[in-house]
Design a protein around this ligand. Structure first.
Ligand code: ADP
Length: 897
């Protein structure tokens, strides 16, 4: 259908035009527009075959409208017929033609002219359009070809720039064409190129040849496009990697006729891949040879890498066994849950977990300890893709820690239980540690104080303190320190050690006071024993002399007594000599017995109230005859009036002490004076015995109190004695609570002092040594006395002693006989019994007699003090020390009858 656009500002004209056109072109569609602008718009939308345009129009005239139409690439092809007035000048027309108007129609419009013009324009347009179209097609093809050429050139350039070679294989005719780049890729010269299928494979590396050939043939058969990688060996021997891609071209029947392909060098890529593979291998070798467990987990916490150590530790053999599994699957119970929860936490929070100690039981049932780190893994954008974990096996360390803990606990309990005090001090002596028993002693505050401030009574560092010389680690030594902890004696063992990173000294305090004392005691005892031994040897030597001398006198004069023609005064003088020697002998024996009692520690002290002055007086009376004999003045000096001189002490011992001292004074003084007495001094009684005798050198002042000791000088050898007197004095004085000493100057004289406590008796009962009875004692009535004595001579002597005392004496030769006689003869008034007897001893006999005769006096003859105590225990009434004389015997018997 023809489309005609009529543009006129006058509606009438448009109506006329429409009418005329409609009649001439009944099939045409007439479009109208009342302005130039509307006309252009409608031309664009309707695309008319011809435009009728009025010349004169307001705003945009016909020429302007035409100009605009012809400026448009699309609209310019529509023929424009300008409707003009007849009078329109040629200038306007020329201008109209210049703008592109194809024809003119003058007003009033002639229908025939209109039809002719319009028809001609339509034809023109059609033919113009055809030519135009043909031209355009030509143009288009040229353009496309140029474009194609450009693309091909660009592609070729790009291929060359990218190192890509292009080839084409005519499968049917076996013709291979390739570009220059292909020669570069294969490293061959064009003259070596055969231009067929074989040329393609010629340079392929022998190892890749088979595969490449197979794939190429598959493509040539049209089964598959070609995509393969292979190596080529260049003429210079170098090897290059190539990737080849080819598309199969087919004919209408689908038969492969051509392969069009590209090859490009992938040597660098291959090298990079090889490098990456190598690096991966290296990394793998590295992690597999690390002792630590290393693994990688994906975002779902599943293992993707596990090194050998990890696999082994979990308890598996191969990595595949653990890959793809989470901790929940790898570890049972809580262990798995804990591990999985940690993994999740790392992945969700993006925060690493470092240095966590965990234990687990592996699939073999072994308990292991790990120090773990879990670190999140991120991609290049920082997104978390999984985690990497490292586990350091600390089972051994834990075991050591456990052992250490146990050993610490053990040491601690040792420290608690060992009874020694223990401490650790640093190099300056500052206490760093103390054992429980030291802590109880010094409290916790002791830490930080100097050890000597705590341990030593004088708070001064020990002079032999090992800290002074410096500590040597691992060296143990010991030293003894006095004056530690209440002035005791300690052996301090010390070991140099490190304590809390400091050089320190571990000290063990062992109280050796008792041991020391015992040692000293032992040494003293040993020395004493050695001394005693020496003294005893000397004593035995001495005593034999001492005993032999009086014995000699006794035997000698006893023999003389038997001579018939001696007168009475000579006999008396002999008897006197015999008596004196006997008494001397007796005193020697008494001293020996005393000292042995002292050493056996069986000397009993019996304190009673005594009048000291009476004792002094009676001693004076006893010794004055001897002093007179030697022409020595004797003076006694009681230190208190009689009434004040009542004291509580053991009178027997006191008399014995003073007698010994007086005996010595008399013995070692040839002229001058002997003075004795006492004085009250510092609430003590101080006794003294002084003489103007031989004197004693200073070095003997201590030793003369040792038993058997005698001053070793030629002078004293002249004097008889046993060396026991002073030892007995010292023992008695000390037992009575006093001390004995002397001051003496050789050649001038000696004074012996001893002290006694000045104690008053609680009651007024005073015992004074009973006055000695006269020897002419006679029982008022006849008394029957049983004498139990096994030795005949002794029995005879007693018989003689009792002769004339109005006593009837019967004998028993042993204990058994004594018991029998006592029981059978109720008239026996008194029993005098010896202790040592055959068949039955005195003790047993006394016991048995006492059972049936509770009131009969029994007097035991004893040699030793302990005999007396035992005899009293058995029931005897009194005792008499052997040897005894007539006077003593009668005195004792008269006390009981
Ligand atoms: P004895 O007199 O039996 O030898 P003592 O024990 O009584 O034993 O005395 C020991 C020693 O002390 C005497 O041997 C003597 O050397 C010395 N001695 C004791 N008293 C005196 C004294 N008054 N004057 C000089 N020497 C004395």
């Amino acid at each position: 259908m023809i489309k005609i656009l009529a543009i006129d500002d006058k509606q009438n004209n448009l109506v006329v035009l429409t009418a005329l056109l409609s009649s001439s072109f009944p099939d045409a569609r007439i479009i109208t527009a009342v302005s130039g602008r509307e006309g252009i718009e409608k031309a664009l939308t309707e695309s008319p075959d011809v435009i009728l345009l009025d010349l004169v129009m307001p705003i945009m005239g016909g020429i302007e409208t035409c100009k605009r139409l012809k400026e448009d690439n699309f609209l310019k092809r529509i023929p424009v017929i300008m409707i003009t007035a007849t009078k329109t000048d040629s200038k306007t027309r020329t201008k109209a033609l210049e703008t592109g108007v194809e024809a003119f129609l003058s007003k009033p419009i002639d229908e025939a002219e209109l039809t002719a013009q319009v028809s001609s324009m339509i034809r023109l347009k059609k033919s113009e359009n055809r030519v135009l179209l043909e031209n355009e097609r030509l143009e288009e093809r040229k353009r496309a070809e140029t474009e194609q050429r450009k693309i091909t050139e660009r592609l070729s350039l790009a291929c060359r720039a990218g190192g890509v070679g292009i080839w084409e294989l005519d499968v049917v005719n076996n013709i291979l064409i390739w570009d220059d780049q292909m020669f570069n890729l294969y490293g061959i010269k064009p003259d070596k190129f055969s231009g067929n299928y074989e040329a393609w494979l010629a340079g392929v590396h022998p190892e890749d040849l088979k595969k490449s050939e197979e794939e190429l043939q598959i493509a040539m058969r049209g089964e598959k496009d070609f995509d393969t990688e292979f190596r080529v060996v260049w003429f210079d021997g170098t090897i290059h990697s190539i990737r080849a891609l080819a598309t199969v071209q087919r004919d209408a029947s689908g038969q492969a006729i051509n392969l069009i392909g590209t090859n490009y060098d992938i040597t660098d890529r291959k090298r990079s891949e090889e490098t990456i593979i190598q690096e991966r291998r290296m990394l793998r070798t590295l992690i597999d040879n690390l002792l630590d467990m290393i693994y990688v987990k994906d975002i779902d916490c599943r293992k993707v890498i596990a090194n050998v150590s990890d696999v082994k530790n979990i308890g598996y053999e191969r990595e595949e066994e653990v890959l793809g599994k989470t901790d929940l699957e790898l570890f049972p119970g809580q262990t798995g849950q804990r591990g999985y929860a940690d993994d999740m936490e790392v992945i969700n929070s993006g925060k690493a977990i470092i240095g966590r100690e965990e234990d687990f039981v592996n699939s073999n049932g072994a308990r292991r300890w790990l120090l773990t780190a879990k670190i999140p893994l991120r991609d290049k954008d920082g997104k978390i893709t999984g985690l990497v974990g490292i586990g350091h096996d600390i089972t051994e360390r834990k075991r050591e820690e456990e052992e250490l803990k146990q050993s610490y606990t053990f040491s601690e309990s040792l420290l608690k239980t060992i009874p020694f005090g223990m401490g650790i001090v640093d190099e300056d002596g500052t206490v760093l540690f103390q054992s429980d028993n030291f802590e109880r002693l010094f409290g916790k505050e002791a830490i930080g104080k100097k050890c000597w401030e705590l341990y030593r009574d004088d708070k001064i560092q020990c002079t032999d303190c090992p800290l002074i010389c410096g500590i040597t680690i691992g060296e143990t030594d010991a030293y003894e320190s006095a004056g530690v902890l209440d002035n005791r004696f300690f052996e301090i063992s010390h070991t140099g050690m490190m304590y809390k990173g400091k050089k320190a000294m571990f000290e063990i305090f062992q109280d050796i006071t008792d041991r020391k004392e015992n040692e000293e005691e032992l040494i003293r005892a040993k020395e004493k024993a050695e001394e005693s031994d020496k003294l005893k040897t000397a004593f035995l030597h001495n005593i034999s002399h001492e005993i032999r001398t009086p014995m000699n006198t006794i035997i000698g004069f006893s023999n003389l007594l038997s001579e018939p023609d001696i007168d009475s005064s000579t006999r008396h003088s002999y008897i006197d000599m015999i008596m004196k020697s006997s008494n001397h002998l007796l005193s020697i024996i008494t001293d020996i017995i005393d000292i042995s009692n002292i050493e056996a520690n069986i000397v009993k002290i019996t304190r009673n109230g005594i009048i000291l002055n009476s004792i002094i007086r009676s001693l004076y009376e006893q010794f004055i005859p001897k002093a007179n004999e030697k022409k020595i003045t004797m003076v006694s000096e009681p230190g208190l009036p009689d009434e004040e001189s009542i004291i509580l002490t053991d009178s027997t011992k006191l008399i014995q002490i003073i007698s010994n001292l007086l005996n010595n004074a008399l013995k070692f003084t040839q002229q001058g004076q002997i003075k004795f007495g006492y004085a009250v001094k510092d609430k003590l009684l101080e006794f003294f015995v002084s003489d103007t005798g031989l004197g004693i050198p200073e070095e003997y002042h201590q030793r003369i109190f040792d038993r058997f000791y005698q001053v070793d000088n030629t002078v004293s050898k002249l004097y008889e004695g046993t060396g026991l007197g002073l030892a007995i004095c010292k023992a008695h004085v000390e037992r009575l609570g006093g001390e004995i000493r002397l001051s003496s100057t050789p050649g001038v004289g000696s004074t012996f002092y001893f002290t006694l406590p000045f104690e008053k008796p609680a009651d007024t009962v005073i015992t004074t040594p009973s006055p000695k009875k006269e020897t002419g004692f006679v029982f008022p009535e006849k008394k029957k006395i049983l004498v139990a004595e096994d030795i005949d001579s002794n029995f005879k002597l007693i018989g003689y002693f009792l002769f004339g005392a109005n006593a009837y004496v019967i004998r028993a030769s042993n204990g058994k006989e004594a018991v029998e006689k006592c029981l059978s003869d109720q008239s026996i008034d008194l029993v005098l019994i010896d202790i040592k007897m055959p068949i039955m001893d005195g003790y047993t006999a006394i016991k048995l007699i006492r059972e049936s005769r509770p009131d009969i006096p029994i007097i035991a003859q004893t040699a030793y003090a302990d005999d007396r105590y035992r005899a009293i225990e058995c029931g005897c009434t009194g005792f008499i020390s052997k040897p005894f004389d007539k006077k003593t015997l009668l005195n004792v018997i008269s006390e009981f009858i």
